[in-house]
Ligand binder design. Sequence first.
Ligand code: NAD
Ligand code: MG
Length: 299
Amino acid sequence: MTESTVGQRAESMTNDQGGFPAQEQEPPGSTSAMDPVPDHGEETYKGSGKLEGLRALVTGGDSGIGRAVAIAFAREGADVALSYLPDEQEDAESTAELVRAAGRTAVLCPGDLTAEATCEQVVEKSVQELGGLDVLVNNAGAQWARDEGLEQMSSERMDRIFKTNLYALMWMTRAALPHLGKGASIINVSSIQAWEPSTTLLDYAATKAAINNFTVNLAAEVGPRGIRVNAVAPGPIWTPLQPATKPAEAMEEFGADTPLGRAGQPSEVAPAFVFLASPRDASYVSGTVLGVTGGKPVF
Ligand code: NAD
Ligand code: MG
């Protein structure tokens, strides 16, 4: 039997429309409740020492894109701290097991990052248990797409989306910076929504546009210290975030409107993070936003 490529595996997981069976979960969503369970590169990702000896903190590292990043980073030789919501303990332990199976250290940091003090505690715990910090991946994110328009949007929702996607990212980064030295890097998670916003994601899309601006500006601020700042902008990716925040039927055509005609799997996004984190491969790459969108433009 010939070995299938990651893309072939990803394609075989979608239906004729490029989407998935109708399904819904409550936030934050769990991996095992998904049909099909996403591909995080468990069977396919092969490391080659690109991140040997680095220490990384990945927010939202329990599931989805964060889990794929944790697996890839560990197989490339990095120790990984994972931050996640307390409700996601089961997903976080599965990811930690995969990191340890790669022979690396996994540190578990449960906590709600919409509180400033929690962000500081998560950074401190990671630094202490990893013995320092070289890469911060600001990947935690929240969205909600089951309401109808701005007039129905609660202030509680706006607060949660902006605090999770923007405030937490700034609090985490501010707490991490004193620990980052020359060659270290920060990778933020943007979205295709920054360029092509959906009306149902008005607040979420605005936070992602702000993250792009923040990325470029912070790169200018900390560049003189030898710290690189970049972002990855995913298109539609099959993760718990989707069934946990959108109507069930939206899953049936999820990703079908991309040039490649399907959603991506977390395993197809992780290599972009490995590249940006690598002090050798991406030594001159800072202030950029790398699209992994199935063909949609990010400029
Ligand atoms: P996911 O649900 O697997 O991951 C999001 C994670 O964010 C959760 O696992 C959770 O641990 C964390 N999180 C949410 N609120 C939090 C809080 N208050 N405190 C601490 N952690 C919190 O989904 P994902 O799709 O892998 O999302 C990862 C990132 O990718 C997000 O920033 C998301 O906006 C972005 N993104 C996703 C897609 C997609 O189609 N899946 C597309 C573009 C961008
Ligand atoms: Mg999760």
